[in-house]
Design a protein around this ligand. Structure first.
Ligand code: SAM
Length: 323
């Protein structure tokens, strides 16, 4: 079976937020005072997540990404990392992490074999990194990235949220990391998340400006999209570089017509879209005599809630939905 939504998008990806908790408090994602979090019992157990993934595979969803909160910060995450690797039919398993605990888990992911990593990193300056993340240690992330490269992971990405006046002076330095490393440095347009927006909208910088800044001193070559994990990014490389550059323009040029994903929140809802659209409560089904039919119907209902184009208004709870 395959899920095709009412706008004929073939839904074959699921992002799974495994926890709302995070060991960082990035200024654009979480308030300094912390967040009101769900009760532990409201968060899906690992067994529940595994049940849903097994079911999703039967519905033609072959590509899964763990996110959060910080996925590697959930207690016992190694269990989920390993168990996902045992599910037949998964073709692509990925994780988005802030990299703080990466060194501890990277070997497990290598053993499982399927994992691709996206590592968030918004500054290469230790003091600025600490400010943006409200207390993070840059070296932990850099050590994690080195370990990932040493172990020979393929298709590794470094995600940089582009913010005017915050890290635009580092775009070129970030881009030049690809000269001698087999990574994709991926610039993500900053989304002002809600009305109490943690970083004001004037920090927004469109993809076209980011490319212009990098292209000033570097010759950029446009590349075709790779099959795996290309998602919504436009891909380039600096001439002669080992790695690539990706640009994600969710705000300036939404790519909703090719959006093929659903999102599972840590408290068990399937959200149809990061920014708008509705959701379906899977946990209620899972915890009340679930049947294959009920689960299938819930996935299809969520797919059909996907809007043709997102509203552009980021009233999203990033810690629950995951980026
Ligand atoms: N903790 C993990 C991490 O840091 O990668 C996973 C969760 S985080 C919410 C996932 C992604 O969302 C990160 O790449 C993060 O930079 C991005 N993100 C969070 N808030 C954002 C915002 N306001 N605009 C753009 N990207 C954002």
């Amino acid at each position: 079976m395959n899920i095709v939504d009412k706008y004929l998008r073939h839904i074959d990806r699921l992002r799974i937020s495994v926890t709302e908790l995070c060991n960082l408090r990035c200024v654009y994602c979480r308030p300094e005072s912390g967040l009101e979090l769900s009760q532990h019992t409201d968060i899906l157990t690992y067994e529940e997540i595994l049940t849903l993934v097994q079911h999703a595979v039967k519905l033609g969803i072959k590509s899964f990404r763990l996110t959060g909160g910080e996925p590697l910060y959930r207690r016992g995450i190694e269990y989920l990392l390993k168990k996902l690797g045992e599910i037949q039919g998964i073709e692509d398993l990925a994780i988005t992490t802030n990299g703080i605990c990466l060194k501890k888990y990277v070997k497990i992911m290598k053993e499982v074999g399927l994992y691709r990593l996206n590592i968030s990193l918004d500054s290469l300056d230790p003091a600025k990194f600490e400010r943006i993340t409200r207390g993070g240690n840059l070296q932990d992330v850099l050590d994690g990235i080195e370990e990932v490269l040493n172990l020979g992971f393929k298709n590794t990405k470094i995600n940089v949220v582009a913010m005017k006046g915050v890290n635009d002076d580092e775009f070129e330095e970030f881009a030049r990391l690809t000269l001698e490393r087999d990574v994709e440095v991926r610039f993500i347009e900053y989304m002002a998340m809600n009305k109490e927006s943690l970083v004001s909208e004037d920090k927004f910088i469109p993809m076209s400006d980011i490319i212009e800044i990098i292209a000033k001193n570097n010759e950029l070559i446009a590349l075709p999209k790779p099959k795996l994990g290309s998602g919504a990014a436009k891909i380039y490389k600096i001439k002669g570089a080992m790695g690539k550059l990706g640009f994600v323009s969710a705000v300036s040029q939404p790519f909703c017509n090719s959006c093929n994903r659903l999102r599972l929140t840590s408290d068990g809802k399937i959200r149809s879209c990061l920014l708008s659209g509705g959701e379906v409560d899977l946990k209620a089904i899972l915890r009340n005599n679930p049947t294959e039919e009920k689960l299938t119907e819930a996935f299809i209902r969520a797919a059909n809630l996907k809007p043709p184009v997102h509203s552009g208004k980021g009233h999203v709870i990033m810690h629950q939905v995951g980026g």
